[in-house]
Each structure stands twice: as C-alpha cells, then as structure tokens.
Design a protein around this ligand. Sequence first.
Ligand SMILES: *[C@@H]1O[C@H](CO)[C@@H](O)[C@H](O)[C@H]1NC(C)=O
Ligand SMILES: *[C@@H]1O[C@H](CO)[C@@H](O)[C@H](O)[C@H]1NC(C)=O
Ligand SMILES: *[C@@H]1O[C@H](CO)[C@@H](O)[C@H](O)[C@H]1NC(C)=O
Length: 163
Amino acid sequence: MDPNLLTLFKLSLILVNTLMTRGLSDADGVDLLFTQRPWLLQCNQTLLLLEMERCGEQFSIDMNHVHPDDRCNLTHFIREYHVFSFCTEMNAERIGCFWPNPAVERFIISIHKHFFSNCSLEHVVFVDPPDVTLTLLILVPVFLTLAMVVLVVWCSKRSDILA
Ligand SMILES: *[C@@H]1O[C@H](CO)[C@@H](O)[C@H](O)[C@H]1NC(C)=O
Ligand SMILES: *[C@@H]1O[C@H](CO)[C@@H](O)[C@H](O)[C@H]1NC(C)=O
Ligand SMILES: *[C@@H]1O[C@H](CO)[C@@H](O)[C@H](O)[C@H]1NC(C)=O
C-alpha cells in the first residue's frame, strides 16, 4: 500500500474510533449521527470553513513545536492531533454543523496531505501490523458502523410499530 495512503488511513481510523467511542458512550450518540441537531442552528458552510482554518492554524503552530525528525512519528504528535481533532469537532458542533461532515473531512484530508505527505515508509509512525491485522483493523470499524446503521433502522421501525 502507498505509505502516505497508509498514514492517512491510520489517522482516519483514529477519527472513526473517536466517533465510535462517542457513539457507544453516549446513549444519544447514535441518534445524533443520523438526525438533525436539536437546536435550530443552520450549518453555515462559510463559517464552518473559517473555524476549520483556525483549528488548522493552531495545529500548524503546535506541529512546529514538534522536532522535524519526529513529525512522522505519531507518538510525538498524537496530543497535538487530538487537540486538532477536538477543535474541529467542538467548533463544528458549536455552530450547528454535524461532525464529521464532508466539508470537515475534506479539510482534515488536506491537513493530512500538508503535514504528512513527506512521511515515507522508513519513517512510518507505527510498526506496521501484518496485512491480516491491518485488514481486521479496517473491517472491524466498517462492520461496527454497518451494525449501528442496522440497529438504528431496526429501532426506528420497532418504535413505529409500538407507537
Ligand atoms: C455565514 O457566515 C459568514 C461569515 O461569518 C457570514 O458572512 C454569512 O452571512 C453567513 N451566512 C448565513 C446564511 O448566515
Ligand atoms: C517514535 O518515537 C518513540 C518515542 O520517542 C520511539 O520510541 C519510537 O522508536 C519512534 N518510532 C519510530 C518509527 O521512529
Ligand atoms: C516536504 O518536503 C519538501 C521537500 O523536501 C519540503 O519543501 C516541505 O517543506 C516538506 N513538507 C513538510 C510538511 O515537512
């Protein structure tokens, strides 16, 4: 697999995991994924992008504090990355946008490209798991997500019947 793609992929897994943890720890999390936010705030895409830029700028400042040799080593920037991820999440939700959403995802991918495009296999972040493990790591969140969708659909059908 293309090493840059792999790094991007691993970071995407972190995002999926954050989302899953939230979904599982918050009884309303599942609903929030699929339904409108409860307040009547319209997601303003212009404002959203401005907020994301601000998170990106902060991340850029934080990454500058990481030694250049360590910028491909997740151990050294995981905290900064979480702050960034949290920043995009909090600000998107504050202005009434879903998190994640396609615009935020595009922005995060551009950030990944910008900061991690030089990360090559020699500097790869984690010790690479064997392909089977990697496949499992990919498939488990995918299946969990599918299972959640099925569960939500099933629950809403069931409450229709009970109602
Ligand atoms: C969205 O936000 C921008 C920047 O704050 C503002 O100029 C614009 O009027 C807003 N648009 C809507 C539809 O509220
Ligand atoms: C990443 O950083 C940690 C902590 O300094 C170090 O133990 C590890 O060997 C580094 N990994 C790589 C691939 O350089
Ligand atoms: C990636 O490498 C190029 C060429 O060596 C350099 O100009 C650029 O600043 C590097 N980007 C990052 C994010 O380190």
